[in-house]
Design a protein around this ligand. Structure first.
Ligand SMILES: O=C(O)CCC(=O)C(=O)O
Length: 260
């Protein structure tokens, strides 16, 4: 990571790197997603294919399989997605500047955001989901697989919110909220910034950065691939009572006996 990129991250809680991946690299990931959700290949072990809540409840009847899927997650057993994206050396070289040299992947997703459903994601902090610390050694990568715009529900962030500490979260009172989506109870006064991105652009962000996304009002899909990483020396929060899920994987460096 360039010093200017790192300085931007430290000040604002995120940094956007344009053109990190090219079409030849990311098209196979989109194709793999389509093959999985349409049944052309078996769902890899441990992967969750999550339907959109409006589809699951019958409020919307999708005209194709991929129109009904909100995201797939935990693709650590899928070589195309995992080796292609999560273990990509160009990505890891930047991730390492946050996690240190011993890196674990802790969660992976390909978010589909189809048209015709609500699909919004309330502003939240990812640290809520992670039972280990320190937060400074955790980072999220989020790479656009299609152009992401205000119209199709690009990522929105609240710059500087990584300095607010972990906020209280709740299920917002929305009619159609996807499973597992929480939002910060009190939204800060600070402006949200809409990160419009081209396919292949990648944002790196802090686990305390407030972020979310809007509804897809276009006729196409808004797709992105994302991973969370942590230093292998991160320590568990004993009070959480949670242990390392099977999906945690060392992607570079070495294990730490007392780490996650
Ligand atoms: O891609 C999106 O719409 C938001 C994803 C996100 O923030 C999350 O899953 O934590």
């Amino acid at each position: 990571m360039q010093p200017a990129e790192r300085a931007h991250y430290d000040e604002h809680g995120y940094v956007l790197v344009r053109g990190l991946f090219d079409r030849r690299e990311f098209e196979p990931w989109i194709q793999r997603f389509l093959d999985i959700v349409t049944g052309r290949v078996e769902v890899p072990e441990g992967m969750l294919v999550m339907r959109d809540v409006m589809v699951a409840k019958g409020a919307v009847v999708p005209t194709s399989r991929e129109r009904g899927v909100a995201k797939i997650q935990d693709f650590q057993s899928d070589p195309v997605l995992y080796d292609g994206y999560v273990r990509n050396p160009r990505l890891l070289d930047r991730v390492e500047t946050f996690t240190g040299p011993d890196i674990k992947s802790i969660h992976t997703m390909l978010i589909n955001k189809p048209p015709d459903v609500d699909g919004r994601h309330p502003l939240h902090q990812d640290l809520l989901y992670f039972p280990f610390r320190p937060a400074a050694r955790i980072v999220t990568t989020w790479t656009a697989l299609e152009p992401c715009t205000r119209e199709n529900g690009c990522l929105a962030v609240v710059p500087g919110s990584h300095r607010l500490g972990l906020l209280e979260h709740e299920n917002p009172d929305w009619e159609h909220l996807n499973f597992g989506y929480f939002g910060a109870k009190a939204e800060p006064q600070a402006e949200r910034l809409y990160l419009e991105m081209e396919a292949g652009d990648t944002v790196f962000f802090h686990p305390l950065l407030l972020h979310g996304s809007g509804r897809n009002r276009s006729t196409g899909f808004r797709r992105a691939i994302s991973a969370h990483y942590a230093g292998a020396d991160c320590h568990y929060l004993e009070a959480s009572g949670l242990h390392a899920p099977h999906r945690y994987r060392l992607v570079r460096g070495r294990e730490h006996a007392d780490g996650i």
